[in-house]
Write a protein that binds this ligand. Structure first.
Ligand SMILES: Cc1cc2nc3c(=O)[nH]c(=O)nc-3n(C[C@H](O)[C@H](O)[C@H](O)COP(=O)(O)OP(=O)(O)OC[C@H]3O[C@@H](n4cnc5c(N)ncnc54)[C@H](O)[C@@H]3O)c2cc1C
Length: 303
């Protein structure tokens, strides 16, 4: 089921047609407060009142025209200026900034966003996409980190290479958002069994948490896996890491109760709020993460 859903995520015909189907638009609302930025901002205000921070992401990927990438940058510049009150951070995909067209142009766009984030006292995260982009994304991040403090990158625990990527990033005093990984990858590059991915996730926490203690690294555990979070927290406690320095991020609409509980207990928690009309591929990856979600979609077909 996971492979089928991830195949559908890349199918051009489905990408062009599914977003027009009303039941699909109804189903996607479970993971999006709305398509417009205003709905995302309103959710961020609500979350802030409950002690949960926000991470905004405008949906869209693999842009084929640099003018579209420029519009994405302009949009985020406005978002960063408009969301100072909620102190939200932003997260962006390199292929949404033109990486498929021209790496230099994508880098220029990232620099503009890093400057805008610094001016707004915010933080810019670089998402990690499929493994065909890993090397280039890390090159972009390393150059960006050499110029800017408030920038971070996502790393995927399912990739075999991630442990060596962490080692090469640590001297830069990076910010790393550790995720399990959401794309269809071959066994040549990625662990495919959930147990192996989870073990690698914990091993990577073991490698990185001591650097959090030494203040050489900002680490965000971006997962809804509360068992893994609890295990990582036990290790963090052994290192005497304080709760505000133990950061967790989850997606809007998933395990909201756990997000609120962790925030109440004093951990730093962020809710990633996605918005925009280019939700098709992103939404299919959410279904692939938990195929039981497909029944939720099917129920939307009922009157
Ligand atoms: C803040 C954030 C940023 C992310 N950024 C990236 C990125 O840049 N690149 C990337 O490849 N991936 C990214 N991801 C996605 C990530 O790689 C996983 O695909 C996703 O988080 C599901 O894995 P999990 O860690 O929650 O663990 P899982 O083992 O998949 O899930 C643990 C439990 O969480 C619940 N759950 C998980 N997913 C869902 C869902 N879709 N619907 C309902 N319940 C669910 C279930 O109860 C499940 O048992 C991000 C995730 C988060 C939270």
């Amino acid at each position: 089921m996971r492979s089928l859903l991830l195949w559908c995520a890349q199918n051009q015909w489905l990408a062009a047609h599914v977003p027009r189907w009303r039941f699909a638009r109804r189903a996607v609302r479970r993971f999006l407060p709305g398509e417009g930025f205003e709905a995302a901002l309103k959710s961020a205000v609500d979350f802030k009142a409950k002690g949960v921070g926000a991470l905004f992401t405008l949906l869209g990927e693999n842009v084929t025209d640099l003018a579209d990438a420029n519009r994405v940058v302009e949009h985020y510049e406005e978002v960063l200026a408009a969301s100072a009150d909620v102190q939200a951070e932003v997260s962006v995909k390199p292929t949404q900034l033109g990486l498929d067209i021209d790496q230099e142009a994508a880098y220029a766009n990232l620099r503009r966003l890093a400057r805008a984030a610094a001016n707004a006292r915010s933080f810019l995260w670089v998402d990690m996409e499929g493994s065909a982009y890993t090397e280039r994304t890390l090159d972009l991040y390393k150059s960006l980190r050499a110029e800017h403090l408030h920038v971070g990158v996502a790393l995927q625990a399912y990739l075999h290479r991630t442990v060596s990527d962490v080692t090469s990033l640590l001297p830069l005093k990076p910010a790393i958002r550790l995720v399990k990984g959401a794309y269809a990858e071959s066994p040549q590059v990625a662990f495919t069994a959930k147990r192996e991915v989870d073990e690698n996730y914990l091993a990577l926490c073991g490698l990185m948490l001591p650097e959090v203690k030494r203040r050489n690294l900002r680490l965000v555990l971006a997962t809804h896996d509360t068992t893994l979070i609890a295990k990582a927290w036990r290790f963090a406690q052994a290192l005497a890491i304080e709760r505000p320095h133990f950061e967790v991020a989850m997606l809007y609409g998933i395990r909201t109760g756990e997000q609120l509980r962790l925030a109440r207990e004093g951990f730093t928690v962020k809710d990633l709020i996605a918005y925009g009309d280019a939700w098709y591929a992103w939404y299919l990856r959410r279904l692939a993460e938990r195929p039981a979600n497909v029944w939720f979609v099917a129920r939307q077909l009922l009157p």
